[in-house]
Design a protein around this ligand. Structure first.
Ligand SMILES: Nc1ncnc2c1ncn2[C@@H]1O[C@H](COP(=O)(O)OP(=O)(O)OP(=O)(O)O)[C@@H](O)[C@H]1O
Length: 225
């Protein structure tokens, strides 16, 4: 089977200057590829480039053989992403956010899907509140639910553990694994050794020289920092 995510000598950065070494790696259906590295190593820049949110400098990245282009519907249909940006409709409740996404993506039973996510992310009690009046962790859960409620075949998660309590981190790990068990591909940028170990089958170390390392070694290095 061909790679879902295929990066070849992919160079990422700003104003023509790379932030890390070129990335060559593939991920197939059902694989969870971790991405680790020090603060400022270039992980978010790489993830944002793969998600089509900023232009690449050189090289190539393809999703299902398609060039990365966020405005293209066939690309957007395949790729769900979570970044550290709070983008909410201030006057819509948490439930209404999820309803909008579920309907926009044409889910067959949007209401049932919304209620399932509210339960999974323990948001039911605050489902009728607007984003400004819930906690930062609850807003983060809404963003995760927003990424996971919609259909996709590639899930890009940039430090999804941020602001989650330990129990929710564990649940998130299980959810990421079941996404991959169902055939999805995951790119997981993380500083959480437990989440990495619980999920990733392979791992890239982002640095001046990008290379693949075993998730166990990556987790030990993160834990030892
Ligand atoms: N919009 C930007 N313009 C110019 N440089 C940027 C921009 N955003 C980030 N950088 C720089 O690019 C480098 C890589 O940043 P990036 O956010 O990709 O790192 P990271 O590995 O995700 O770090 P962290 O673990 O702290 O989240 C850093 O030196 C950062 O200061």
């Amino acid at each position: 089977m061909g790679a879902v995510l295929d990066m070849s000598e992919l160079s990422v950065g700003y104003a023509g200057t790379p932030v890390c070494g070129p990335i060559t790696a593939q991920a197939a259906a059902g694989e969870i590829l971790g991405m680790v590295g020090f603060n400022g190593a270039g992980k978010s820049t790489a993830a944002r480039t793969i998600a089509g949110k900023q232009p690449m400098l050189h090289g190539e990245v393809r999703v299902h053989g398609l060039p990365v282009y966020e405005d293209a519907i066939p690309f957007r249909r395949q790729v769900a992403a979570l970044f550290d940006e709070d983008a909410f409709f201030p006057s819509l409740s948490l439930r209404e956010h999820l309803q909008l996404i579920a309907r926009g993506h044409g889910l067959p039973d949007p209401d049932a899907a919304v209620e399932a996510e509210l339960d999974f992310f323990a948001l039911r009690e605050r489902a009728n509140a607007v984003p400004a009046s819930v906690s930062s962790g609850q807003r983060r859960r809404l963003l995760l639910a927003s990424a996971l409620i919609r259909p996709s075949s590639l899930l890009i998660l940039d430090e999804p553990e941020q602001r989650l309590d330990p129990a929710m981190r564990e649940r998130l790990g299980e959810r990421i694994k079941s996404y991959a068990d169902d055939g999805g591909t995951v790119l997981l940028v993380t500083h959480d050794p437990a989440l990495l170990l619980a999920t990733a089958g392979r791992c890239l170390l982002i640095d001046d020289d990008v290379r693949e390392i075993a998730p166990e070694r990556a987790a030990a290095e993160i834990a030892g920092r």
